[in-house]
Design a protein around this ligand. Sequence first.
Ligand code: F6R
Length: 242
Amino acid sequence: MEVVIVPDARAGGELIAEAIAALVRRKPDALLGVATGSTPLPIYEALAAKVRAGAVDASRARICQLDEYVGLPAGHPESYRSVVLREVVEPLGLGEDSFLGPDGTAQDVPAACEAYDRALGEAGGVDLQLLGIGTDGHIGFNEPCSSLASRTRIKTLTQQTREDNARFFDSLDEVPHHVITQGIGTILEARHLVLLATGEGKADAVAHAVEGPVAALVPASALQLHPHATVVVDEAAAAKLK
Ligand code: F6R
């Protein structure tokens, strides 16, 4: 695992956007796995700026989701499908046909999870998967104690994660209790994992993930098992690394 310490979130976003641009120049139809939440926004902004400036042609790139709330109506502004369309797909000038995600409105959620894992395989696998990290060490919505071999499946959000995500909703009551998330085993199949963590609130989780033992209690520690994992942290999130 490579750990890169950058001065701030903006520098992290720029560094990762350049890595994505380099991938897309090498492989124009690369499948890019994206995370939602606050952390990756500087990446998406920097990447869209490169596309606008003509520094990279991303018109053949493909985008896939890491996770999705269960039960939000289609088109809800905080469904991760809507968020990814708004924050990534549209700013990059891509169409909805370039985009893969699990169906959080499915009647048969386990079947939707299996279908999503299958779709990722049929698309040739994820070339670069972006990840954030939860304050409890989760990746995707694989909360502590998730199996390190898990596949895409339905999970119950912890109270902590619901509270962390309440800022995107009008009230805590509106935050769904369930999500579909790529499993840790699914995530580990991506060819390159890139985790960005910024801010002092992530410092404990980063230290446990990077320097602690590989353990289901800290899902992000699974990155230590991956042959090509890059962890980009700003100085605040790096504060508890030895
Ligand atoms: C969301 C996701 C989550 C977030 C994590 C950190 O798609 O995968 O694991 O990356 O909860 O969220 P932020 O970046 O908002 O602190």
